[in-house]
Ligand binder design. Structure first.
Ligand code: ADP
Ligand code: MG
Ligand code: MG
Length: 247
């Protein structure tokens, strides 16, 4: 589904990704772990097409298409979802309004009909229940005054509504207590564990992987994948540290 080959990217004048190669097949969940500053968030921004992140070499194929050749909204309409380490607040816009606009824009880009208000609310209620998020939260302004855990659950509701083919989730576990971690983990499994979907799960810690079992684990350090293995690699990293295992 996602094939990244020898990817190089710079921010400003600094090269951050230095020849990153990674392939995720349909039905697979891959975890990326790595020390602070390794380039994990940069990878997710580059995949999303964020301005200021310049690709200077390599290629990314997404569902048979050249991802780097697509505009950010085309990437989303094709089925790429990005979950952010720091979800942004959008004052003045309600979550329901935002989610309905986003979904219908993507449906339009795919030549599908817009959902009516009633159809949309039914879908939103279903996904909010899945993430144990009160519908009242969805009526509030996007992320304004939300706790860290509420932002992450709200983002997973967004993922459920958009129903992407592939999700890149950047430190979705940060700021979650143990109960919220389980709810978010269960949500990721319910929404994304599917033979036709894929997930790239970026995390500092092993604990989210207790809930969302990865097929493969990769260590990203200094802009490259320096080691890959199975779920046991995450446990080894947790007990021994990045330095000892991979850097
Ligand atoms: P990680 O998510 O693995 O902690 P990041 O991708 O956020 O790492 O950052 C990788 C490196 O790129 C860091 O050294 C960071 O300081 C640098 N970096 C990230 N964003 C910017 C930016 N906008 N301007 C300059 N340097 C940046
Ligand atoms: Mg970091
Ligand atoms: Mg980061």
């Amino acid at each position: 589904m996602l094939k990244i080959t020898d990817l190089h990217a710079t921010v400003g004048d600094t090269e951050i990704l230095k020849g990153l190669t990674l392939e995720v097949g349909a039905g697979e969940v891959h975890a990326i772990m790595g020390p602070n500053g390794a380039g994990k968030s940069t990878l997710s921004y580059v995949l999303g097409g964020r301005p200021g992140y310049e690709v200077t070499g390599g290629s990314v194929e997404f569902m048979g298409q050249d991802l780097l050749d697509m505009e950010p909204h085309e990437r989303a309409a094709t089925g790429l979802f990005l979950g952010f380490q720091y979800p942004v607040e959008i004052p003045g816009v309600s979550n329901v309004q935002f989610l309905r606009e986003a979904l219908n824009a993507q449906r339009a880009a795919r030549g599908e009909e817009a959902l009516s208000g009633g159809e949309f609310l039914k879908l939103a209620k279903e996904k909010a229940a899945l993430l144990k998020l009160d519908m009242e939260m969805l009526k509030r302004q996007v992320n304004v005054g939300f706790s860290g855990g509420e932002k992450k659950r709200s983002e997973m509701v967004q993922m459920g509504i958009l129903d992407p083919k592939f999700a890149v989730l950047d430190e979705t576990d940060s700021g979650l207590d143990i109960d919220a971690l389980r709810v978010v983990g269960d949500g990721i499994n319910a929404i994304m564990r599917d033979p036709g979907k894929g997930v790239l799960l970026i995390t500092h810690y092993q604990r989210l992987l207790d809930y969302v079992k990865p097929d493969k684990v990769h260590v990203l350090a200094k802009g490259r994948i320096v080691k890959s293995g199975g779920p046991e690699l995450a446990l080894q990293l947790e007990s021994e540290g990045y330095e000892a295992v991979a850097v």
